[in-house]
Design a binder for this molecule. Sequence first.
Ligand code: GDP
Length: 425
Amino acid sequence: MPVTAVVGANWGDEGKGKITDYLAREASFVVRYQGGNNAGHTIINEFGKFALHLLPSGVFYPNVVNVLGPGVAVNIPALLAEFDALQSRGVPRPDVRVSERAQVLLPHHILFDALEEERLGKESFGSTKSGIAPFYADKCLKIGLQVNELFDTAIVKARLAKAFVSRNVLLEKLYGKPPLVLEETVAQLIQLRDRLAPFVTDTTMLLQDAVEAGKTVLVEGQLGTLRDPDHGIYPYPTSSSPLAGFAAVGAGVPPWSISRIVAVTKAYSSCVGAGPFVTELHGDEGEGLRRRGGDAGEYGATTGRPRRVGWFDCVATSYGCRVQGATEAAITNLDVLGYRDAIPVCTAYRIAGETTTKFPVSRLLDGAEAVYEVFSGWKTDIGAIRSFDELPDKARDYVLFIEEKIRTPIRWVSVGPRREQIIRR
Ligand code: GDP
């Protein structure tokens, strides 16, 4: 069986967790390949409602091996807490494996993330302050620490000593804070490594063997195309690539094996954090959508921050699907729009007097205005519908219009937050 990627077509929070949880039923492996505990996937199933931050969305199925690949930022206390919390809520102990090549998110990454956001003030990036940007920066600077290296105390000491030289100059001179103390961090890591040890393995060969043996592997992206450092809304992306293409690297599966790419998008837009957002709604209209969106309003699964909301954006989503290489799309939260008399959809941008359907570089996005086509609403609750043909005509027209604009077959229509509230086309 090929590898299936479940990825975001937009700014994140598209409902990937729900789609992965649904598809994981048939999977042998579910893999996280980038990011850390800076975002959350909401899953509502027979065990209750969960916001997963680091654990892959297959943890509710006893037959699934859940992998944190080499591309993930491993915050060990957060991972262990999430693992324990699941069991305390009655979920059977999941099978979780952590790549020996993944890197450890260190306490000073979190510290630097918070200090830098504070220093930037009004210019801040809207970071969740989970340490993700400093983590990936240290990885590129080659002063990070791989999980396997935790088990060699001499390496831990030497690497941290090297990292702390420059970090301490910044702390003292730029932020006016006391320096990091090597012995404290080393002692902390030695304590944590023993608890992490049972999960650590060579996940790359595990997955290569799984692919070779024809097992079903699901790789799940965090955030979405527009947060990609290269293809997204720079300088407001995340620090690792949420693209399906990067899954080959961050999970360690052969690129040729990723043959099914499910791009997830909402039936409207939502965006956490800073950056250009052309269809953003303000005032009462925005508040009305925010209050009704998702399973309990559009508030961040990790931070509780109100999400910015807006109308569906065909320009951004068509780009998002293409850059992901989507072979199919899933549209979630269609039920949320059931209160609307009229539903605008952005079909083009006007930039400097020109109309375009091409998603531009960020520099031009700030001045872009949305061009809308307005659909009539269906004004009914569609949460119990399980077949596309039974949807109200107006809801079907809405989905079919979007399908044409994003040039990707919509195979899944989600009509509520619960696992079973889904239509397969
Ligand atoms: P993810 O990070 O892409 O998994 O998305 P989040 O979990 O952060 O946000 C998606 C939100 O939409 C969550 O509150 C989900 O429970 C909710 N959700 C997913 N699908 C649907 C749907 O079809 N209808 C409604 N009403 N909520 C949904």
